[in-house]
Ligand binder design. Sequence first.
Ligand SMILES: Cc1cc2nc3c(=O)[nH]c(=O)nc-3n(C[C@H](O)[C@H](O)[C@H](O)COP(=O)(O)OP(=O)(O)OC[C@H]3O[C@@H](n4cnc5c(N)ncnc54)[C@H](O)[C@@H]3O)c2cc1C
Length: 108
Amino acid sequence: MDASEAARVVLAGDAAHATAPVWAQGAALTLEDALVLADLLAGRSDWSEVGAAYETRRRPRVAHVQAMTDRMSRSGALPGWARRLLLPVIGPRSYRATYAPLREPVIA
Ligand SMILES: Cc1cc2nc3c(=O)[nH]c(=O)nc-3n(C[C@H](O)[C@H](O)[C@H](O)COP(=O)(O)OP(=O)(O)OC[C@H]3O[C@@H](n4cnc5c(N)ncnc54)[C@H](O)[C@@H]3O)c2cc1C
């Protein structure tokens, strides 16, 4: 693959942003990637800027899911007594903090 061909490649799904499955968002993010990419490609005839626009639109949402996933994954490493004490309190809060921003639609 030469440089001009490489410039036309985009990564989507786990190849771009694999996460642990604790918040059940990997397939959802993958589908969102496809929707956003299709939206960007359909909206213009010059595709030279699509890669950068795709990354700009996807990065904040993906970063949010990765951060919340890492946070939840770390709780799995706590001792059992600490998980039993903390998770009934922080679990629902973490759930809301994870999913509330994801209610924003990815395409208009
Ligand atoms: C245990 C577990 C539970 C999960 N639960 C959820 C959930 O509840 N909800 C959710 O949204 N997500 C969940 N996920 C995450 C979700 O499965 C992934 O994020 C999603 O499948 C990623 O899709 P993808 O198309 O990017 O990759 P994949 O689904 O991995 O697809 C990649 C495909 O490429 C093929 N392939 C690989 N190499 C080559 C090659 N050289 N040539 C040709 N083909 C190749 C593979 O065989 C595969 O079919 C879970 C993941 C795991 C591991």
